[in-house]
Design a protein around this ligand. Structure first.
Ligand SMILES: Nc1ncnc2c1ncn2[C@@H]1O[C@H](COP(=O)(O)OP(=O)(O)OP(=O)(O)O)[C@@H](O)[C@H]1O
Length: 315
């Protein structure tokens, strides 16, 4: 056993000092196992050598110095003492030759099938108080990461100058919007200041079918509605500033609100932070640290992709 290899079974680890009898049983059980068809037997050490099917050239001895040579003659169907084995190449052998030898000993070629399960597209809901940086984070995320689709919402409001239909919103009439509701085409919708806004389902289905991860940007109420519809099938991220003062500085700095509107948004933000507990993750978007925030969102996406039991989205 001077060739320095280690075999593991579900029950124990075989080291070079393991008994020849035990190694013989393990190799024989491996030889009976066709990895392309059957799952690994749970107890590889309990195989009865005398009863298994016999295959030619499946067994390899452990090397001249081992004193352990596995004979196909241990199979009753092949007749006594047929020498159907080839020597295992030493670990110092050419890599390809060594791999071929190992495949021969194992009894099947090494599979190129990925060992991890395929990943599923995600729905990522990003929410947080007004002015925290939702748009800024999503825009940057789309710049740095491929395979992200930011859902364009449908709205019944008038198009403002500079806005592009299909990029900023899908602009539809109120009648068109209501018939979309009627046809159950919207995942979620709301009436905001007299105008409808809603998330088209088909767009999500189309992009998920192409393998895209879906990003939805909603306010806290929208997130609560989506949670009741999607449950745990989507990932909910709550974006916060590092503290209230930073959030207010950001809102004021944006110069898009009147003082009254600022007051409403700040008061609303105080209330909204209480809903953080309904989310899966909280991400701090600290002043001047937008890239760090986006990296953390990316880490969440990566971690979700590494889950054994991935979220199943049914919409
Ligand atoms: N990490 C950051 N550091 C500094 N400024 C930021 C950061 N993130 C966003 N901002 C700025 O803060 C302001 C508010 O950001 P943004 O408009 O993206 O917020 P929002 O959450 O989408 O707001 P609303 O919900 O009101 O639309 C913008 O001027 C944006 O450029």
């Amino acid at each position: 056993m001077g060739r320095g290899f280690l075999l593991t079974t579900s029950r124990r680890v075989l080291s070079p000092s393991a008994s020849p009898m035990l190694l013989r049983r393990v190799l024989a059980s491996l030889a009976r196992f066709d990895a392309r068809v059957h799952p690994l037997p749970r107890r590889t050490t309990s195989v009865d050598l005398s009863r298994g099917p016999c295959r030619k050239n499946r067994f390899a001895p452990l090397g001249e110095s081992s004193g352990c040579r596995l004979m196909a003659s241990s199979c009753k169907t092949e007749g006594p003492r047929r020498a159907a084995y080839a020597p295992l190449p030493p670990a110092t052998a050419d890599k390809d030759e060594l791999i071929r030898g190992l495949e021969a000993a194992i009894g099947s070629p090494f599979s190129l099938e990925p060992l991890s399960p395929p990943t599923k597209p995600l729905i990522i809901v990003i929410s947080g108080p007004s002015g925290v940086g939702k748009d800024a984070v999503i825009k940057r995320l789309q710049e740095v990461r491929e395979g992200i689709h930011f859902v364009v919402t449908a709205t019944s409001r008038e198009k403002r100058s500079g806005e592009v239909n299909g990029k900023d919103y899908y602009f539809v009439t109120k009648e068109e919007f209501l018939s979309m509701v009627e046809r159950n085409e919207l995942l979620e919708y709301a009436l905001v200041y007299g105008e409808y806004k809603g998330i088209p389902k088909q767009q999500i289905r189309d992009f998920m079918a192409k393998g895209y991860d879906i990003v939805l940007r909603v306010d806290i109420q929208g997130a609560a509605t989506l949670r009741s519809i999607l449950g745990n099938s989507a990932v909910f991220i709550f974006l916060v500033a590092e503290d209230e003062a930073a959030l207010v500085r950001r809102l004021v700095g944006r110069k898009t609100e009147t003082t009254e509107m600022l007051l409403v948004r700040i008061a609303t933000a105080r209330e909204e932070v209480r809903h953080m507990k309904d989310f899966d993750y909280v991400v701090v978007n600290a002043e001047g640290k937008l890239d760090g925030t986006v990296k953390l969102v990316e880490s969440i996406i990566d971690a979700e992709k590494a889950r054994i039991h991935q979220r199943d989205v049914l919409i």
